[in-house]
Design a protein around this ligand. Structure first.
Ligand code: PMP
Length: 366
């Protein structure tokens, strides 16, 4: 290109203003503040690495990978194993690079009717963030005082908006509770769009809506390996009728599950007794931490069906900084409104939970 053909370069701000939608410009990115603490109870991950014998199997399986080649685009072996573990037909399973990616695929595939997405509030922020980024309109239905679905309000919002998609995380993040099963079933039956029940934490509640797929053609279930020991693999799972899965599969990027994640997930799911034992240990610890928090007068604690506990204090920002000073990281949700002074602590190892509880009592009594 000669200098005279050179296009004038717009300055950054006009480039962005003319080429990026207002919706994206208005979004605050999903950000997890990073503090380099020894005890990390902020991300709802499992605190337990795989046992030595499973780690040895992982190491040998990784050595066999041809990393010069693309992965299996359909992750067929892994899908078959998941089909066996979940007792669900493989044609109804689709994998994502974390369930985050599946949320994006669902919105790409299914927000072209009314263009509206309904979710309760407060809930996992990625439904709204991804929806806004993709140009959808977000309708929020506030949860009731116990953070359960407000059925009358939600049905009214469904009638008024006819959403293409409804996202219900049960157990919900950040509040930790399951929604009433009868309310979820009612929403699935009245909705003319797709209802996504996000079961990221269902291993800790022991309850699943999966059997309802037989009766409900508009139900999609999301699961993830992230909360039960394998957050680093980024494996999310979508389960639904084959007809829905075929449509969603059309918007999936090729090779979205990398070779290393495929192989490691195959090994861990074929040796998954330790996963079930760790889940039981986390549930026992959750109940112990819940009882200890309930005994503290300055804390208002919510019952949990997940691997974390949601609570409110008088001054979340100060408590957060004092915990960080003691090398303990939890999640601070403090902002005006429903989440004022609210925090979330992930259940860690028994020793980590003890450290958190004693630091908390010390700070609150000082
Ligand atoms: N759904 C819910 C309710 C979550 O809390 C999270 C993780 N914070 C996700 C989905 C995303 O999980 P993944 O790691 O599989 O992307």
């Amino acid at each position: 290109m000669t200098p005279k053909d050179k296009k004038p370069e717009p300055n950054d701000s006009s480039l962005i203003a003319s080429r990026v939608s207002q919706e994206i410009r208005d979004i605050s990115p999903y950000s997890v503040p990073y503090f380099d603490c020894k005890i990390r109870l902020d991300g709802n991950e499992s605190p337990f690495p795989p046992p030595k014998e499973v780690q040895d199997n992982i190491d040998s399986a990784i050595k066999e990978i041809d990393i010069n080649r693309y992965p299996d685009p359909e992750a067929k072996r892994l899908v078959q194993i998941i089909s066996n573990v979940c007792d669900f037909p493989k044609e109804g399973i689709l994998l994502g690079n974390g369930s985050d990616e599946l949320i994006g695929m669902l919105i790409t595939a299914f927000s072209h009717g009314t263009g509206r997405i309904l979710c309760p509030s407060p809930t996992f922020s990625m439904y709204k963030l991804t929806g806004l980024a993709m140009g959808a309109e977000i309708v929020e239905a506030p949860l009731d005082a116990k953070f359960d679905i407000d059925l009358d309000e939600t049905i009214r919002a469904i009638d008024e908006n006819d959403p293409d998609l409804i996202f219900l995380a049960s157990p919900n993040n950040p509040t930790g509770n399951m929604y009433s099963a009868s309310k979820v079933a009612e929403i699935i039956s009245v909705s003319k769009g797709i209802v996504v029940v996000d079961e990221a934490y269902s291993d800790f509640s022991g309850y699943t809506f999966l059997p309802l797929i037989k009766e409900c053609e508009n139900l999609v279930i999301l699961r993830t390996l992230s909360k039960v020991g394998f957050a680093g693999l980024r494996i999310g799972m979508l389960l639904a009728r084959d007809s829905l899965v075929s449509e969603i599969n059309k918007v999936r990027y090729p090779y979205n599950i990398n070779s290393l994640s495929q192989v490691v997930a195959e090994v861990v799911l074929e040796n998954c007794e330790f996963v079930a034992e760790n889940i039981q240990l986390i549930i026992r610890e959750r109940d112990r931490v819940y009882n200890a928090l309930s005994a503290l007068e300055q804390i208002e604690v919510s019952p949990s069906d997940a691997n974390f506990i949601f609570f409110r204090v008088n001054d979340a920002d100060t408590l957060f900084s004092k915990l960080v000073e003691r090398d303990i990281l939890i999640r601070n949700f403090n902002k005006p409104g429903r989440l004022q002074n609210c925090m979330r602590v992930t259940i860690g190892t028994p020793e980590e939970n003890d450290s958190f509880l004693s630091a908390l009592s010390e700070i609150l009594s000082s």
